[in-house]
Design a protein around this ligand. Structure first.
Ligand code: HEC
Length: 181
């Protein structure tokens, strides 16, 4: 027992601080697998087994899109591609929301993730200031993003280019010295 304690202390105080561990690097395979295991077990054990009580009516989808674009798109992209608007690297990276990994969570599990966030990652928890209807609406939109029609996709892409340019323009205006970089 004492032996494990010594190993843990050496790891925490000597080894971990000496590793160069920038957020611009990518987690290795073993680390990703372990982290995914812990996250998915945590979510599966605590999430309620419920299905979205709201239907994807045009009105609910519109509300969900509005909330998603306000609260999620800066990190996950307007189209859920995982391309963040900061031009920065997260550790672990921002998840793509349209692929099987993300879409295979049940409704109740997605609700749990969005409400609670994922500790020790960039994924924040929204439950304190967002009610259930808002969270379910964003889940409707997240499901919809995985099955966009080609015209819907094109429209989102052009808006996403436009908003990146607007964002750059805004940054240049507020930090004129950035133009010289
Ligand atoms: C500040 C950046 C940020 C914001 C804002 C954010 N996320 Fe995330 N999100 C992340 C990161 C980073 C991860 C990856 C966490 C990990 O690897 O465990 C993530 C993971 C997720 C996952 C799990 C995906 C998977 O494949 O397991 C879901 C679902 C999700 N986010 C939905 C949302 C929704 C919906 C919103 C808006 C209400 C949102 N996120 C807002 C950064 C963010």
């Amino acid at each position: 027992m004492f032996c494990y304690l010594i190993v843990a202390l050496i790891l925490i105080f000597l080894i971990l601080p000496s590793i160069n561990w920038p957020a611009t690097s990518r987690p290795g395979q073993v680390e990703s697998k372990l982290a995914d295991y812990v996250t998915s077990e945590w979510v599966r054990r605590h999430a309620a087994k419920e299905t979205n009580p709201f239907r994807p009516t045009p009105e609910n989808l519109k509300a969900g899109q509005g909330d998603f674009e306000e609260h999620c798109a800066t990190c996950h992209g307007l189209d859920g591609s995982g391309e963040n608007r900061f031009g920065a690297d997260f550790y672990p990276p921002v998840a793509k929301l349209t692929d099987d990994d993300a879409q295979s969570w049940s409704d109740g599990e997605l609700y749990f993730i969005i409400a609670n966030g994922i500790p020790m990652t960039g994924m924040p928890g929204f439950s304190r200031n967002h009610d259930a209807k808002e969270i379910w609406g964003m889940i409707l939109w997240m499901r919809h993003l995985a099955q966009l029609s080609p015209p819907e996709k094109a429209a989102l892409e052009s808006r996403s280019h436009m908003s990146t340019e607007q964002h750059q323009k805004m940054m240049e205006e507020s930090h004129p010295e950035a133009e010289h970089h």
